[in-house]
Design a protein. Structure first.
Length: 428
């Protein structure tokens, strides 16, 4: 192409492949160079004019991508690459190539769409992706979702050292041992394990790591992996295990509780009929308590309502319940856990504590707490001297975990003069 000093252009030669790509004869292009401009989409012509202006000032070589529609054909992508050299008349001579890049553009668009779909799928499933490579051994590449999962500001540089600091200290040794074992195997080794992490805000969460470790003769070469937060699943599994063990625990305690009921009823009954009525009534209350504690979903109840249903089997006359507890309303998801806890505390009081003695009593008192929580003190007095258990049985474990997954806590105190438990629970 010739670019004259006054800015006029004309084609001097058009190759056969160029004619085939554009679908226009060389005669048509050399007769009127505007034929080419007519094929190009209007919004892309500006790029071609900028290319022309650059050569007029002697700059170049240059490359520009445009969209054009050959006669009778579909819209296609082209790359124009050209260089200029001086012309004897003071203008410029442009030597150029035109390449059809439609298929590569379509492939790039398909890859972009597939990547978007993959990123969306990863985001919807809550999976974070990471990568480590021996060529950059101190850097761990993280996807955006991992920063949110670990509670770290986005784009924070992640090193191997900082990554290790996020693993719970009790789980760091087994985690590193699993990686070392996988790294000793040549080729690619897949690895899956769960461990705890400590988020940037101090919260402890459980994650599932699924890794592919690539190794060679020098050891670990690269690691690609995904991370999924499985805290809710772990909590649900722990709660189910606790419920199953609680059922077994209750069955073992059932005879002890019934024997205590008979003894208590006998002390306050004057006739066989009276004794029979008391025992039947308390067995019915015990069954009602079991149903409440084992229900799949609980309704919101005030704490005295719940205590009345659960503790009736243990003789409510021996419990001093603070009237202020009427203000404590337990959400449905807390009712079952609290029922399990009260039943366990009362059972222990019958077996070892205040309710095992004729004059023993239990007081439930409100302990106000901030942040939408309620505090209740369970205090036993009048029973035998108390000693702390030598081992952690199911009852002790239940005390420590019954409300833990629901945002509460139990702090037991085995004081010699009487057992005390300070209970924290969500309330509305």
């Amino acid at each position: 192409m010739h670019l004259s000093p006054d800015g006029q252009t004309r084609f001097l030669r058009v190759g056969a492949s160029c004619q085939a790509i554009l679908g226009v004869t060389s005669e048509a292009l050399m007769t009127d160079e505007r034929v080419l401009a007519g094929l190009i989409l209007p919004e892309d012509r500006l790029r071609l004019l900028a290319d022309k202006a650059a050569y007029a000032t002697g700059r170049g070589p240059n490359s520009v991508e445009i969209r054009a529609r050959p006669p009778g054909g579909d819209l296609r992508w082209f790359r124009l690459t050209s260089a200029s050299r001086p012309s004897p008349d003071g203008g410029r001579l442009l030597d150029g190539l035109i390449i059809d890049i439609t298929e590569s553009k379509r492939l790039a668009e398909q890859l972009r769409e597939e990547r978007q779909r993959l990123e969306q799928a990863i985001e919807l499933t809550g999976i974070g992706v990471f990568q480590w490579d021996r060529d950059d051994p101190e850097t761990v590449l993280w996807s955006e979702h991992l920063y949110a999962m670990y509670g770290i500001p986005p784009q924070t540089p992640i090193t191997v050292g900082s990554f290790r600091e996020l693993v719970h200290p009790d789980d760091l040794g087994p985690t590193l041992a699993a990686l070392d074992d996988a790294g000793d195997k040549p080729g690619a080794a897949d690895l899956s394990f769960e461990h705890r992490i400590i988020r940037g805000d101090g919260q402890i969460r459980w994650v599932l790591q699924q890794l592919r470790v690539h190794s060679d003769a020098e050891g670990r070469k690269a690691i690609q992996g995904t991370t999924l937060d499985v805290t809710e699943r772990r909590d649900a599994e722990e709660w189910r295990r606790l419920q199953m063990r609680e059922i077994a625990h209750r069955s073992k305690n059932a005879l002890t509780v019934m024997m205590a009921m008979v003894q208590q009823a006998a002390r306050s009954s004057t006739t066989v009929e009276d004794l029979s009525e008391r025992i039947v009534a308390r067995l019915g209350a015990m069954a009602k308590s079991q149903d409440l504690a084992s229900a799949a979903n609980g309704a919101a109840l005030t704490l005295p309502q719940l205590a009345g249903q659960v503790l009736d089997v243990f003789d409510l006359s021996r419990f001093d319940i603070d009237p202020r507890l009427e203000a404590v309303v337990l959400p449905g998801e807390v009712v079952i856990a609290c029922a399990l806890l009260l039943h366990e505390l009362a059972t222990n009081a019958v077996k070892y504590g205040a309710l095992s003695a004729p004059d023993g009593r239990v007081a439930l008192t409100l302990e106000p707490l901030p942040d939408g929580r309620a505090g209740v003190e369970w205090r036993e007095h009048g029973g035998p001297r108390v000693t702390a258990p030598g081992r952690q049985g199911f009852g002790t474990r239940l005390l420590s975990t019954a409300l833990q997954t629901r945002g509460g806590a139990v702090h037991p105190d085995f004081a010699p003069e009487g057992f005390t438990a300070h209970i924290e629970m969500p309330a509305s």
